[in-house]
Design a protein around this ligand. Structure first.
Ligand code: FE2
Ligand code: FE2
Length: 419
């Protein structure tokens, strides 16, 4: 008997055991010889692996295709719980589940240890600390949340000015050495896949365009600004890894739809949860109560925020994006990533939503709660993505992920040496 991943099953293999879906629904009996229709049904219903009679494996079978049952079971246990807010009988969800279980089982087999989710105790209100920020003040923007870095403000002023040239934009970027090396590292990484080396900002501007380059600049500067927010609740490293993964999923999914503006989608994904940082920074005591509730009631964070704080991080992020006068597309991605309906299922909002769910499913970063937010099928259907693209999308994102993390978090010197 051999446990075979569903994508490696072929017509003619014979089941050694009865086959069930992850939800326990009976699919096929032991002894059944797999036919083409069966293979499609197994994938549609989220079946990850099947016990196959070894005598039916055929000559094409290689030992490396065999999964270790112990790790598959562990992956099911862990991800079955993390997907609890999702409907595994929906085809896109079933496909995402199948691929994440397979990847996770392989990682476990290679020695990966996910570790426990850190515990969160609601913070005590300190008598000497600043008074908690009231929600109406935060929502009305009566407090200075955070200002945009001046270098970006200057770039936007240049872009708004009809007489300014792309050379002036390149010069404004080049004044910031750390920004420059990160930007060049990013455009030289597999993120773009340009064949020749791009060694100056003016060359990058001529290849990508000023608007596109300034959008990437925004992402780099915002990460730098928020990178070191002290928080007892959220690990910043995990936060930005999730955000980068979301940005990459948004970029790759949008390219499958033939959308232009890879930078817009990447930066929108990168900044989608920025409202969380504002809330953690400005109202840590109230926010810790929302985190505790999310864990206790197994809610996604935005629902617990709505219950406890009467708002959520997508709304706070939208306010911040509006205050920064970001483009309407970025505002839609940030403000509607949990409710694409609010942006009338615009492509940006739907992509932002789907990318967030994929980033949660594929990343091991503990983002305060373990549950993967519900994939809203209406958003999936609205943009018309095909389930066959899920596997190649995950592969492409994972291939680019390390390089892009290094762009943002490698130190300036190591980045400079790479350019
Ligand atoms: Fe979010
Ligand atoms: Fe997120």
């Amino acid at each position: 008997m051999a446990l075979i991943y569903v994508d490696d099953l072929i017509v003619g293999m014979v089941l050694a055991e009865d086959l069930f879906t992850p939800k326990g629904r009976f699919v096929l009996a032991a002894g059944a010889s797999l036919q083409q229709d069966h293979l499609k049904i197994l994938k549609t219903w989220g079946v990850v692996e099947a016990d196959i009679d070894e005598s039916s494996l055929g000559e094409g079978y290689s030992q490396s295709q065999e999964l270790n049952a112990e790790f598959i079971e562990k992956a099911h246990d862990c991800l079955g719980h993390r997907f609890m807010l999702n409907d595994l009988e929906q085809e896109p969800v079933a496909t995402l589940y199948r691929h994440t279980v397979h990847r996770f089982a392989l990682e476990l087999q290679q020695g990966f240890d996910p570790g426990p989710l850190s515990t969160v105790t609601p913070l005590e209100i300190s008598e000497n600390g600043p008074p908690p920020l009231s929600i109406p003040h935060l929502l009305k923007g009566e407090v200075d949340i955070v200002s945009l870095p001046t270098v970006y403000t200057h770039i936007v002023e240049l872009l708004d000015h009809p007489d300014s040239s792309s050379q002036q934009v390149a010069k404004a970027i080049s004044k910031d050495a750390s920004l420059t090396v990160r930007l060049l590292r990013l455009v030289n990484s597999p993120f773009y896949g340009f064949s020749g080396k791009i060694d100056s900002v003016s060359r990058a501007v001529s290849l990508l365009g000023t608007n596109e380059l300034s959008t990437l600049t925004l992402g780099i500067l915002v990460i730098r600004k928020f990178q070191n927010i002290p928080s007892d609740l959220l690990n910043m490293d995990s936060f930005w890894r999730h955000s980068i993964r979301c940005g990459l999923f948004a970029k790759v999914l949008s390219s499958h739809l033939g959308e232009k503006g890879a930078e817009k989608y990447f930066t929108g994904g990168l900044l989608h949860d920025i409202g969380r940082l504002v809330m953690l920074d400005r109202m840590p005591v109230q926010y810790s109560g929302a985190v505790a509730k999310a864990r206790l009631d197994c809610l996604p964070m935005y629902r617990a925020e709505q219950d406890c704080l009467k708002t959520d991080h997508s709304i706070v992020g939208k306010l911040l994006a509006e205050k920064w006068r970001l483009s309407p597309a970025l505002i839609r991605m940030i403000g509607s990533h949990h409710s694409p309906r609010l942006a009338r299922y615009s492509t940006e909002a739907c992509i932002g939503h789907i990318a967030d769910v994929f980033a949660h499913a594929c990343g091991h970063e503990a983002m305060l709660v373990n549950e993967i937010p519900e994939l809203q099928i209406a958003a999936w259907e609205e943009v018309g993505l095909k389930v066959e693209l899920i596997a190649p999308t995950i592969r492409q994102v994972e291939a680019e992920f390390r390089d892009v993390v290094r762009v943002f978090f490698g130190d300036d010197d190591s980045v400079e040496n790479d350019v």
